[in-house]
Ligand binder design. Structure first.
Ligand SMILES: C[S@@+](CC[C@H](N)C(=O)[O-])C[C@H]1O[C@@H](n2cnc3c(N)ncnc32)[C@H](O)[C@@H]1O
Length: 167
């Protein structure tokens, strides 16, 4: 997450402060911890166990806290979520063909300004399909969309779409 923020110019002071983030696939919590330290409110969706430092995080200055939605993304309903979601993060270890429909539903409902995603190359054949995967995302994500493989990425591509007005 730190590398994705730096690559996107989002690591500047206060750019994430007060932003409401929905992270899909949040356990054990490295990315959430980074976002919390930048002052974001994080709603993390994962059936897995979150690190206690993430669950107990509270910054009195920024008000940043973590809210665990301990469920699979497919069972997420509107009443689980805050009225406004500024940023959607996805790091679920599922194939892009499974992740993209979830993202599309959530984007159409919440209209986030920014998405930060890892698209997992769960099978070797997907590596030649990155263009198609980005094309599917372009149908519904905010612009601009950019993609790269960051040093910390393994068999995955980092995608950042949209932006925060003040950055
Ligand atoms: C690479 S790990 C996430 C790492 C996490 N972002 C971090 O920084 O610590 C992938 C996560 O996706 C979660 N996941 C897989 N399928 C999911 C689903 N259908 N709904 C929610 N989370 C899911 C797994 O439980 C796993 O914790």
């Amino acid at each position: 997450m730190e590398q994705a923020l730096a690559w996107s110019g989002l690591d500047g002071k206060q750019s994430l402060q007060g932003q409401v983030v929905l992270e899909l696939g949040s356990a054990p919590g490295g990315a959430s911890y980074s976002l919390l330290q930048h002052g974001a409110q994080v709603y993390g969706v994962d059936t897995g166990v979150m690190d206690p430092d993430v669950l107990g995080f509270h910054d009195a200055k920024t008000g940043a806290r973590f809210h665990h939605l301990r469920m699979a993304v497919g069972t997420l309903a509107p009443h689980h979520l805050p009225p406004e979601v500024d940023i959607i993060v996805s790091d679920m270890n599922l194939a892009p063909g499974v992740v993209i429909p979830y993202l599309e539903n959530l984007c159409r409902r919440h209209r986030p300004a920014l998405l930060i995603l890892t698209m997992k190359m769960t099978e070797e054949r997907l590596e030649s399909k990155v263009g198609e995967i980005l094309g599917s995302l372009r149908r519904f994500v905010p612009t601009p969309l950019k993609a790269t493989q960051l040093p910390a990425n393994r068999r995955e591509v980092c995608v950042v779409a949209g932006g925060l007005g003040a950055v």
